[in-house]
Design a protein around this ligand. Structure first.
Ligand code: SF4
Ligand code: SF4
Length: 402
């Protein structure tokens, strides 16, 4: 399939430069600099498309400083598809101005993340470092490591697990295992399978599936992202629903129409676990738990709130688990995790993570839910030991088992 990610002239023309997106952009809010704003980035993409300027280091920096949080897209009255345009612009830059760092990043997310044995080896290494207690010696800037310090990791995989079908299943679900999600968040997958089985679904995690390709797409590794999408279109066929319990992955699966032949079918059948379960609660097919389990702070992952516009579902799940949801951020600004961003832009990630920590502390609850693995790691890195961070589906599954 011929990829047509853009940015196309029609997409570029759809920006009327009104600036309404600017207050919603984390990098603009931090810097006040037009070149760190959605409008500035779109203007630069337009200048490159016209050939008016060369794709130089300044342009590369403008693109890489973007978190790809898509808050601008959600705020834009002209429906500018910023996320897709940024993926296309990064892919074009990778082709025309490849750098060593860019190549390494694309190798990591385009190839290495797909090697289950390698991920298991890395996971074992991280687990060993955790057990030796030397993670706390790592510098503060290594927030990823600090987040992992508060989260035990061990090699694990949900791939190949096929739950026993109920006598009359409500339907079939393919659980997208994911890459890091599969290795480092087994409890979330267990909760997802448990809840869906309770609602009468037959849940499989097909063996031939691959990483969804979201991180590869974000880094401009377009060929790798397309290959992963093609593999998954085949692996996920035949299921009524495809469910992901990582918001970044469900958002990307819903964009598969751009990435692979037959991708539109995957997109149409994909549900984020939060929206799927909220609907089952609404229709009475999953119960609401009585009781006062206390307040729970809601962190909205960007790829749930801005990319998929799912806002009510996690709150509904928290209420159904017998807790009271508490808002922490009316703007839904990015926590700074943003895939690999927290690794290669540690200062910005740090500033946004600290902002989120202050908001959680001011709100009061010591339990925080977030429906995306990167955000969970970032929140754990910034919040103190007294805090508990988990996926809304884990909270609900816990309540159902109480
Ligand atoms: S991206 Fe949308 S909101 Fe932002 S300046 Fe362009 S038209 Fe306005
Ligand atoms: S994706 Fe996020 S960081 Fe990038 S321009 Fe849009 S709002 Fe700003």
């Amino acid at each position: 399939m011929q990829l047509s990610l853009g940015p196309t002239q029609a997409q570029l023309d759809s920006c009327v430069t009104c600036g309404l997106c600017l207050p919603h952009c984390p990098t603009f809010r931090l810097t006040g600099d037009e070149t760190a704003s959605p409008r500035g980035r779109l203007t630069a993409m337009g200048a490159i498309a016209e050939g008016a300027v060369a794709a130089d280091e300044v342009y590369a920096r403008m693109l890489s400083f973007c978190l790809q949080c898509r808050a601008c897209e959600a705020a834009c009255p002209s429906l500018v598809p910023f996320g897709q345009m940024m993926e296309g612009a990064r892919a074009r830059l990778a082709r025309e101005r490849p750098t060593t760092t860019g190549r390494i990043r694309r190798l990591l997310v385009g190839k290495l993340l797909n090697l289950k044995w390698l991920l298991a080896l890395v996971t074992s290494g991280v687990g060993l470092v955790q057990r030796l207690g030397i993670m706390r010696l790592l510098p503060r800037r290594m927030r990823l490591a600090r987040g992992l310090r508060r989260q035990r990791v061990f090699p694990h995989s949900a791939v190949g697990v096929h739950d026993v079908a109920p006598a009359v299943p409500a339907g079939s679900v393919a659980l997208l295992a994911g890459c890091v999600m599969d290795q480092w968040f087994p409890a979330v997958h267990d909760a997802t399978r448990g809840v869906l089985s309770m609602a009468g679904y037959k849940v499989d995690s097909p063996e031939t599936q691959r990483c969804c390709g979201a991180l590869a797409a974000h880094e401009g590794a377009e060929r790798d992202a397309a290959r992963m999408a093609e593999r998954n279109v085949t692996a996920l066929q035949g299921y009524d629903y495809i469910v992901s319990d990582a918001a970044g992955c469900s958002a990307h699966l819903k964009d598969y129409g751009h990435w692979a032949e037959g991708g539109g079918s995957v997109a149409a059948r994909t549900r984020d676990i939060t929206e799927f379960v909220a609907e089952l609660i609404d229709t009475g097919r999953l119960p609401e738990v009585d009781g006062d389990g206390g307040e729970v702070a809601i962190h909205d992952p960007c790829h749930l709130r801005h990319a998929q516009r799912i806002v009510d579902a996690p709150r509904k799940i928290v209420r159904a688990a017998g807790h009271t949801p508490v808002e922490i951020d009316p703007d839904g600004l990015c926590c700074g995790a943003a895939g690999l961003y927290m690794v290669y832009e540690p200062d910005t990630a740090e500033a946004l993570g600290e902002r989120k920590r202050e908001q959680v502390e001011m709100a009061g609850p010591t339990t925080v839910v977030s429906a995306n693995p990167g955000c969970e790691i970032q929140l754990r890195a910034h919040l103190g030991k007294g805090y508990r961070v988990l996926h809304p589906i884990e909270l609900y599954w816990e309540a159902l088992n109480r």
